[in-house]
Design a protein around this ligand. Structure first.
Ligand code: ZN
Ligand code: ZN
Length: 710
């Protein structure tokens, strides 16, 4: 680490939104007693208003732009804390710049809460000492696993990775069951063998569902301690694992999106598993994409990175097609297993029982008759999506959101008390009314089906069969999801019912049938990414079938997709397992209409108690942006190159209400900014944000760069 320049002022990052204060770093005076202890990357306690906060020293300087009489001194230096490395500060700076947020807004939330709480004046033992003591590396699975032999495609991919030197992005595109994980693990273990103190980072979408992942990985790296980072960890454990990673004691770090912002001083390789997964995008605060940040991090640190998926995001696929990423293909399942046959079942004109067409019911009966398992997939949790009055047409709308409250079965009791109405957006809950609130009718009917009602219907259709459900409601109880998965593995379940939670990486050996109940949701959505998401989900769910090494079992494995649009091209690609065909067709469509990845987007969202206020704010914002582009903005032209602003490279669309306008009692609207390249987009945003801060409005607003949902 280079020597910190001397200076009597520290520029400190604090977790306050830049939107409100306009500044990103705050100046504090360094009194002589701290002169030697304060370095760039040091943790300090500073006065903030009437309280104190923990901040990070981002710069040292011998002058302050603020009147020095007003600069307050630092209160303390946390000398037990690790000085954070320059490489990490650089990543934070990139993230703050790219997403147009404050340095502290990125840096501080990336640190576990326990470590960024100012120590109590008489605290005994520092939080750091306690966290160091607490660290227990993820335990290895009981049976130390011997790596299975790799097939030719896996070996070819691995050879390319082993030859990788310095920065490079690799897309490992492998069909479901093709053994991507084995390629990662072989590669990472070789990286660790080559770098004496090197660290590797494995990002995964959701860890809480697959706690066995950490133990499996730990079993493969018996010589190294494995740290696990995700938001469901208890505060103390998160601090302990984070510190072990930062101090280099953990050489393998597995985590969800937040792990990308863990400072890893000896980072040597990164893997982003299921890189297409939407959970990599943070949906509040600084809306970063962990996948994109991982690539930026790999580039800064000059290390290789692997993105893995059976259904890569179109952005990633596009880069691979253009040769910016190296494409490594695993076109076949391990052991030579075939992909299951996929059939479309036309729902038109069919009498359904429990949402299932006769052909689907027959297929389930056949699979069960052979002693095999069936998976019934529906992407809707709860009992029924809406409760309705047959008399007057009343529907169980949420009073706070533009959405329906979903009927949920909550207990074993009989009668209406066994149900609740729950809003999936604002979480508001209410008892089920005994009579219609509008007309007093006593006949209230659930419309449609969610996982709970499907489970109930299947129990009636297949009496005596063992049925298990997996969705977010089940997973809320710690360990419950794992229990369902273990039971399925042990053969104690005949029919699995659930949401896309069932789609993620589970190897159910006796599963030979998958039925997707309602596959049409994503076909006609207003969100241009809906078909991409739908294709990925169906491909993942379908991939659960026929994974047993037994050939005969694989040969009779089936996937049934129920649809009212059997001729839709998406299903054709799906039936042929043709991701590349689907992706190329989607890219052609997007190029035609000018959507990402051919154009770049930022979304300004505003919310207010009434919609007109949100729209009025956005109208002002648009006007301010247009003034900048016309060269009238004094602030703007000073800050950004006039050329890029005048250029018609950046377009501001009209403000519109969001698809789901009302959420938790507030009305929401959005303004889309589009550009033909990143550079003019960011130049524009840099000039525009100060102008937005100056607007007078009661609306709350935030900017989302590269939004995933529009
Ligand atoms: Zn009614
Ligand atoms: Zn609601």
């Amino acid at each position: 680490m280079p020597d910190t320049p001397p200076g009597s002022f520290a520029r400190v990052a604090i977790d306050v939104p830049i939107v409100h204060v306009g500044a990103s770093l705050f100046d504090y005076a360094i009194t002589p007693e701290f002169a030697d202890a304060v370095r760039v990357g040091s943790w300090v306690v500073v006065p903030w208003g009437r309280g104190r906060r923990v901040g990070l020293v981002a710069e040292r300087s011998d002058h302050s732009e603020i009147d020095t009489a007003r600069v307050r001194p630092l209160v303390a230096v946390l000398d037990d804390a690790p000085v954070l490395p320059p490489s990490w500060l650089e990543l934070v700076r990139f993230c703050a710049d790219y997403y147009h947020r404050g340095f502290g807004e990125v840096a501080l939330p990336a640190i576990p809460k326990l470590l960024r709480t100012p120590p109590a004046p008489k605290a005994r033992g520092s939080a750091f000492a306690r966290a160091r003591k607490r660290f227990v590396a993820a335990a290895a699975a009981e049976v130390a696993s011997t790596p299975p032999p790799l097939n030719d495609a896996q070996i070819a991919a691995l050879d390319v990775l082993l030859a990788a030197n310095g920065f490079g992005v690799h897309l490992l595109h492998g069909v479901t069951g093709s053994g991507k994980t084995e390629v990662y693990l072989h590669w990472l273990s070789e990286v660790l063998a080559r770098h004496a103190n090197g660290q590797v980072l494995l990002l995964v979408p959701e860890i809480a569902l697959t706690p066995q992942l950490a133990t499996q990985v730990a079993a493969r790296f018996p010589a190294h301690s494995v740290a696990v980072l995700h938001s469901d960890l208890a505060d103390g454990d998160r601090a302990a694992h984070w510190l072990a990673a930062v101090e280099g004691r953990a050489r393998v770090v597995i985590g969800t999106r937040l792990a990308v912002l863990a400072p890893l001083p000896a980072l040597a390789a990164i893997v982003v598993d299921e890189e297409h997964d939407a959970s990599y995008k943070q949906q509040e605060g600084v809306r970063y994409s962990a996948r994109d940040l991982a690539i930026a991090c790999a580039s800064q640190r000059k290390v290789p990175i692997v993105l893995g998926s059976a259904t890569p995001s179109l952005e990633t696929w596009f880069s691979a097609r253009r040769g910016r990423y190296r494409l490594l293909a695993l076109p076949e399942r391990v052991g030579g297993a075939r992909l299951p046959a996929l059939e479309r079942v036309d729902l038109r004109g069919k009498t359904l029982r429990c949402e299932l067409a006769p052909a689907s019911i027959d297929a389930i009966a056949e699979a069960l008759g052979r002693g095999e398992q069936a998976l019934v997939f529906i992407n809707r949790r709860g009992y029924a999506p809406v409760l309705a009055c047959e008399g007057c047409g009343w529907l169980s709308r949420c009073s706070e959101c533009s959405a329906f409250r979903v009927l949920h079965r909550v207990g074993a009791a009989r009668g209406p008390s066994k149900y609740r109405l729950v809003c999936h957006h604002c979480s508001a809950e209410q008892a089920v009314p005994r009579v219609c609130p509008d007309c007093g009718n006593v006949d209230l009917e659930p419309l449609g089906r969610g996982t709970q009602r499907l489970e109930e219907g299947l129990a009636e259709l297949f009496p005596g069969r063992r049925i298990a459900r997996l969705d977010r409601d089940v997973a809320r109880t710690r360990g419950a999801a794992q229990k369902v998965i273990d039971a399925a593995h042990a053969g104690d379940v005949d029919i699995l019912v659930g949401t896309q939670m069932l789609a993620k990486g589970h190897d159910f050996r006796r599963l030979t049938l998958v039925v997707a109940v309602d596959s049409d949701g994503g076909l006609f959505s207003s969100d241009f990414r809906a078909p991409e998401r739908m294709f990925a989900t169906l491909m993942q769910v379908a991939g659960r079938a026929g994974r047993d090494p037994d050939e005969a079992q694989v040969a009779r494995s089936r996937v049934i997709v129920q649809t009212r649009f059997p001729d839709h091209p998406l299903f054709g690609y799906l039936a042929r397992h043709d991701y590349a065909g689907f992706a190329d067709q989607q890219l052609a469509e997007r190029r035609e209409v000018g959507l990402p990845p051919y154009r770049f987007q930022a979304l300004l969202r505003a919310e207010a108690p009434v919609l007109v206020d949100a729209l009025a704010f956005l109208a002002q914002a648009k006007q301010a942006g247009e003034s900048l582009q016309a060269g009238k903005g004094p602030q703007g032209l000073a800050r950004a190159s006039a050329e890029s602003l005048r250029d018609d490279a950046v377009a501001l669309l009209d403000p519109v209400p969001m698809a789901m306008t009302r959420l938790a009692g507030r009305e929401r609207a959005q303004l889309l900014v589009e550009a033909s390249a990143r550079r003019p987009l960011h130049a524009f945003l840099r000039a525009w944000l100060p102008a937005l801060r100056d607007l007078r409005s009661s609306a709350r607003w935030q900017l989302d760069v590269d939004p995933l949902e529009i």
